[in-house]
Design a protein. Structure first.
Length: 435
């Protein structure tokens, strides 16, 4: 007989993933598949591909788990195994609760059926009786908000209409566990906001497992985030740190393979009084991402008078200072920064590509870089600053040389002011006229 504490712990777990692996056989052609099947000496014409490798995870009841990673990292495969659509090659999955899954767009829909018919079909697949679906139909139709198209065959629907109807059904069957694969990234911004609001306000007790490339959704919805790398768990932790980790590996994959540096030939300048200043923050190696032919070594935030600051308020002049090491001379370098809130949402930022100076050349060696800007009238709270260096002449499309992720934190205050939303944008005109 299990101890009461162990029994209570198991009841608190919605999904248990125990050493799960999934391996596929890959063939160069269909002919090779037939050859391997009928070869008298069982000759192999295939090679193994490990979509998932030794994944272990517990998802608690009521918890929202985010799963992020590059394309092909195993995210959708893991969700399909949780839902029982495919079986693992090794390991086991235990699910305690009624699952509602929103996987491939329109999965479970009959394209020849109308939206109404597909509501009843999909709801029955998810476990609702005809009477239960009838009682909830008006709520489903109202949430989907596709008008008279609900009476048309779904083969005439746009991708946005598909996801509207599918999401409306999935969240109205009262699931204990909701599985969502990229659905929050489809449709217009108003429907995306509607979905997020519904998940937050109406499904607090529901366990949610969400796969998405939307880092804002990850930051706002999830209690914990898993980063998958090549079928393995590369990181598990709070959303902010997970997004940092994911962003860094993306930057490293994009740019570091092209980086060819022999650091042994670089003679760094002697440390001077500037570097001995205790107000500098040294950037850790695991906080950096990019090609790293230029490194951000130290950073600090000061006033215009070079006084270190930890608290800022609207219209304060902020000076972001960096000590950088340039390993290879460059012709077109841009500098920038990004300010994020406590859950990792990007709030504001800028880069020098669109400044009067534009991209600038840099010689090899160590340099002091200073970026100045005014702090906006923003919601009070904790914010982090990520400085960055790029190479190119386009503000959004350039080689990331170095990002130092969330290395500096400041507290924003707004004495005597109420902030409506994230930041205030003053009303500059008002008039009232009788009509």
């Amino acid at each position: 007989m299990q101890p009461a504490s162990q029994t209570n712990h198991m009841q608190d777990i919605a999904v248990t993933i125990d050493h799960v692996s999934k391996t596929y056989k890959l063939y160069k052609s269909h002919t090779d598949r037939v050859k391997e099947t009928f070869h008298p000496f069982r000759k192999k014409y295939s090679h193994a591909f490990n979509a998932l490798e030794d994944i272990s995870l517990h998802v608690r009841r009521g918890e929202t788990i985010g799963i992020i990673g590059r394309n092909g990292s195993g995210k959708s495969t893991l969700l399909q195994i949780i839902c029982g659509i495919i079986k693992p090659s090794l390991g086991s999955v235990t699910v305690n609760g009624k699952i509602s899954a929103l996987l491939e767009l329109g999965a479970g829909f009959n394209p020849e059926f109308t939206g109404v018919q597909n509501v009843y079909l999909n709801a029955s697949i998810l476990g609702l009786s005809t009477e239960e679906t009838r009682n909830r139909f008006d709520a489903i139709a109202a949430f989907a908000d596709i008008g008279d198209f609900i009476h048309q065959p779904v083969k005439t629907y746009s991708s946005g209409m598909y996801v509207r109807l599918a999401f409306a059904i999935a969240v109205h069957v009262d699931p204990e566990i909701l599985i969502v694969d990229e659905a929050l990234s489809v449709g217009d911004i108003f429907f995306q906001q509607k979905c997020v609001r519904y998940l937050q306000e109406n499904m607090g007790k529901c366990t949610k497992v969400i796969v998405t490339h939307d880092m804002h959704a990850v930051a706002n919805l999830c209690d914990r985030v898993i980063v998958l790398e090549d079928g393995k768990i590369g990181f598990e932790g709070i959303p902010l740190k997970a997004v940092e980790y994911y962003t860094r590996i993306i930057h490293d994959d994009l740019y570091r393979p092209n980086c060819k540096i022999d650091t042994s030939i670089v003679k760094l300048p002697t440390r001077n009084e500037l570097e001995k200043d205790s107000s500098w923050t040294t950037v850790a190696e695991d906080s950096r991402g990019g090609a790293c032919e230029i490194l951000i070594e130290k950073v600090k935030v000061t006033s215009k008078e070079n006084v270190p600051i930890k608290i800022v308020q609207s219209n304060d002049y902020v000076l972001l200072q960096m000590i950088i090491q340039v390993y290879l001379p460059k012709e077109k370098i841009i500098f920038g920064y990004l300010v994020k809130d406590r859950v990792g949402n990007a709030v504001f930022g800028e880069n020098t590509c669109i400044c009067p100076t534009g991209p600038v050349p840099l010689k090899a060696g160590r340099h002091l870089v200073q970026l100045g800007f005014k702090w906006p009238e923003i919601f009070p709270g904790e914010y982090t600053i990520t400085p960055g260096i790029g190479e190119g002449d386009h503000p959004h499309h350039h080689i990331i040389q170095c990002w130092a992720h969330n290395v500096i934190a400041v507290s924003a205050v707004t004495p005597g002011r109420f902030i409506n939303g994230l930041f205030n944008n003053p009303i500059t005109h008002m008039e009232i006229n009788p009509i």
